[in-house]
Design a protein around this ligand. Structure first.
Ligand code: PGA
Length: 250
């Protein structure tokens, strides 16, 4: 599987929503290939989504995992459990987790290791704040997040990094596509030079991606795909973005 477009549903979904989403998606999706698509629903719906996608090759993943695989950790879900449910990837270190749940870089590094041990593809989310962007600190912030997030990691067979500027998430604002391209190139260079045992499969862009602006991002060489929040809640809109991706990246 080569995961390239991921829907991050955040705290949204219901059995009815999930079913309607697929009806809407298949009304507008024009291509046979589904293997580059992933959906990260709330964990409680992973099994429902696995059932709904049983005839389709769409990857399902979690939005988070715990730092441990088992134990006295009330309310948590481990990577081995997510993998046990036939999910294939997990988001790690989304800025909302860093901000609202005080997730530290050390915890993020532990989660990357946990995911790797359970053969889940870790999707490491990194991104600078508005202030850091204005202060021209984007490169140093991202480098630090990569170095800390991958600290102590053994061989990682498949890693995906999602570059999501915090100020672009849900705001309707985005960096210029050529700026995103050079940041993605920098991310690839940093991982390749500092973590030779990590196999980085893709760098996705996330932050206010929709069917209107997707083509400008997907036209850039170093943009391998996207992590999509708000626009992914509508199956038809997600299908339009997937159609654009296929047109430009195949
Ligand atoms: P957005 O969210 O597409 O609504 O900006 C992206 C994300 O948070 O992953």
């Amino acid at each position: 599987m080569s995961l390239r477009l991921i829907a991050n549903w955040k705290l949204n979904g219901s059995k009815e929503f999930n079913q309607k989403w697929f009806r809407d998606f298949f009304k507008s999706y024009k291509v046979d290939d589904l293997s580059f698509l992933g959906i990260a629903p709330p964990s409680i719906y992973i099994n429902h989504l696995i059932q709904l996608t049983s005839d389709h090759n769409i990857a399902i993943g979690s939005q988070n995992i715990d730092i441990f695989s088992s134990g006295a950790r009330t309310g948590e879900i481990s990577s081995s459990m997510v993998s046990d449910m036939s999910a294939e990837f997990t988001l790690i270190g989304h800025s909302e987790r860093r901000e609202f749940f005080n997730e530290s870089d050390d915890e993020i590094a532990s989660k990357i290791n946990e995911a790797n041990k359970s053969s889940l593809i870790p999707v490491l989310c990194i991104g600078e704040s508005d202030q850091e962007n204005l202060n021209n600190q984007t490169h140093s912030v991202l480098q630090a997040q990569i170095n800390k997030g991958l600290k102590g990691c053994e061989t990682i067979n498949s890693l995906i990094i999602a570059y999501e500027p915090i100020w672009a998430i849900g705001s309707g604002k985005t960096p210029k596509s050529n700026e995103i391209n050079s940041i993605h190139q920098m991310i690839k260079d940093v991982v390749q030079s500092s973590f030779p045992k990590v196999s980085l499969k893709a760098v996705l862009y996330g932050g206010s991606v929709n069917s209107e602006n997707a083509a400008s991002f997907f036209s850039e060489d170093a943009v391998d795909g996207a992590l999509i929040g708000g626009a992914s809640l509508n199956g038809e809109e997600f299908a339009l973005i997937a159609n654009i991706y296929k047109d430009l990246k195949s």
